[in-house]
Design a protein around this ligand. Structure first.
Ligand SMILES: NC(=O)c1ccc[n+]([C@@H]2O[C@H](COP(=O)([O-])OP(=O)(O)OC[C@H]3O[C@@H](n4cnc5c(N)ncnc54)[C@H](O)[C@@H]3O)[C@@H](O)[C@H]2O)c1
Length: 276
């Protein structure tokens, strides 16, 4: 018996990294998965997005846990495409219980940008991280309410959603602003959806061992961070968490063990936020 037997979870940014790990963990706990990923690059972003092959690999990994998964290509910035992918998944599985709004980009740069590049990074990071999170919730909430079984939404924010760091350029400022914005979205939805027993929370990871944190553009940004760098280190002796560490927090928040936990900003950060 898994804690999520019979439940269905919708996960964005599912082709690799934390999204893939959440899919595998929730499937191991008994859930079936509806997953989307952009599977195409975003030109202003300094590292590549996942591929269709990686999305297929996530489906295979979920199936290896005994779960079922409907995986499709959709950009969270395109509400109608996202909704169509989710609606098809709900039609396939017959219900929706859990939502992980996980897709995100971090367009940090440490080089001279033209003003056009700077503005484009701001727009793209806010569109993906904040508008995309809103689209995800907007598409999912009618299914959760119609199910009349409650539900759980978890938005993936960041330590940058609770503390002010990110430099002076559009990408870093947009990352911090979007991740703070997700907290406002979460708090408001937690109040609005409480009468339906739909719980809404955020997780705030410190640096995680995925493409987002481990790529040449991010490495050069961190090495040249204007205020130094030591404050980007965790008090606990770990520099990068593993995706599974975040999945463990998600698995708790979406389970009945957390049935009265809502409106919470949940750091998984090795003490990072408490330090500052
Ligand atoms: N890695 C870190 O250090 C870290 C720290 C804190 C928070 N986060 C957050 O965790 C979440 C997951 O990131 P990750 O670490 O797994 O990085 P990642 O880059 O490995 O994974 C992000 C996934 O989202 C997908 N994606 C990006 N834009 C999309 C869009 N417009 N539509 C659909 N899919 C899209 C990518 O293709 C990729 O598969 C993000 O929201 C990120 O901001 C990451």
């Amino acid at each position: 018996m898994g804690s999520l037997d019979g439940k269905v979870a919708f996960i964005t940014g599912v082709a690799r990294g934390q999204g893939r790990s959440h899919a595998v963990r929730l499937a191991a706990d008994g859930a079936d998965i509806i997953g989307v990923d952009i599977c195409a690059d975003i030109p202003s972003n300094g590292y590549p997005m996942a591929t269709r092959e990686e999305l297929d690999e996530t489906v295979a990994l979920v199936e290896a846990q005994g779960g079922k998964m409907v995986g499709s290509v959709a950009d969270v910035r395109d509400f109608h495409a996202l909704k169509a992918a989710l609606d098809a998944g709900v039609a396939h599985f017959g219900r929706l219980d859990i939502v992980c709004a996980n897709a995100g980009i971090a367009s940090m740069a440490f080089r001279e940008l033209t003003i056009e590049e700077d503005l484009e990074q701001w727009t793209d990071v806010v569109d993906v991280n904040l508008v995309g999170a809103f689209h995800t919730a907007k598409a999912a909430i009618p299914h959760l309410i119609a199910g009349e079984r409650g539900g759980s939404i978890v938005f993936t924010s960041s330590t940058a959603g609770l503390r002010g760091f990110g430099g002076l350029q559009g990408g870093g400022l947009g990352y911090a602003a979007s991740k703070h914005g997700i907290v406002g979205l979460m708090r408001t939805l937690a109040n609005a959806l409480a009468p339906h027993s739909i719980r809404v929370n955020t997780v705030h990871p410190t640096a995680v061992n995925t493409m987002m944190a481990v790529n040449p553009a991010m490495t050069s940004f961190l090495e040249n961070y204007p205020d130094g760098g030591p404050h980007l280190q965790n008090p606990m002796p770990v520099s990068l968490l593993e995706p599974e560490d975040i999945s463990a927090a998600i698995a708790y928040l979406v389970s009945d063990d957390a049935k009265y936990v809502t409106g919470v900003t949940f750091p998984v950060d090795a003490g990072f936020c408490n330090k500052l």
